[in-house]
Design a binder for this molecule. Sequence first.
Ligand code: SAM
Length: 227
Amino acid sequence: MSLGHLMQGKPRPDTPGVTISTPRAYEVVGALCFAGRRHRAFTRLAELSGAEPGDRVLDVGCGTGYLTRHMATRVGPEGAVTGVDASPPVLDYARRRKPRPGSAACTYREGIAESLDLPDAAFDTVVTSLMLHHLPEELRPAALREMYRVVRPGGRLLVVEFRPPKSRLGRHLVHGGVSHAMAHHRVDLLEGLVTDAGFEVRGSGDIRPWLRHVQAVRPTRSESTEA
Ligand SMILES: C[S@@+](CC[C@H](N)C(=O)[O-])C[C@H]1O[C@@H](n2cnc3c(N)ncnc32)[C@H](O)[C@@H]1O
């Protein structure tokens, strides 16, 4: 049995997404996997999101709230950050963690990425990290369409995913140790998924040790008409 299986929550009736039910174990594994680079990597991701002071931010599949809190620091006390996840135990954990002084307030809600219970165009910036590979491939477009719906025209999207090792041995180790979905995740398809949802891709790249990110914007109506 892999670490991934041990951390999984019970299946939910409303989503086939694989949830995490052991937030403490997730945090320990996360810290180990980043080998001391987690804080730096997520500070950089918060910068790459393009979020500005005062922004309303949504973090989809927020888990223990690690990126959520980095986003709260980024947008400052005038901003507001909402984290959504399908797993109550990770949300309980996230609620107990205080953002840094001078950060935005963080609010956490139970919810499903592929059917968000949130109004249209309610956010300036939407971020999602390491969540898409928890959904079956056929549901990923629906999750991105929901992110498109809830971000305002002109608003930004940051998608972050696990970049599997290039070597067969590396992928084999990730498969056996954590999960099949991580070991074989097609990060090369991310930009297409983001574009198909209606966004315009503005950048992409890698962050060590193993993250891939894609930045995009939801075009304003005039930009869509010109295209
Ligand atoms: C690997 S964790 C990533 C957590 C966090 N974003 C991070 O970067 O540490 C994936 C998260 O996606 C959540 N998840 C799985 N299926 C989901 C769904 N359908 N809707 C929302 N969240 C989901 C899991 O419960 C888990 O917390």
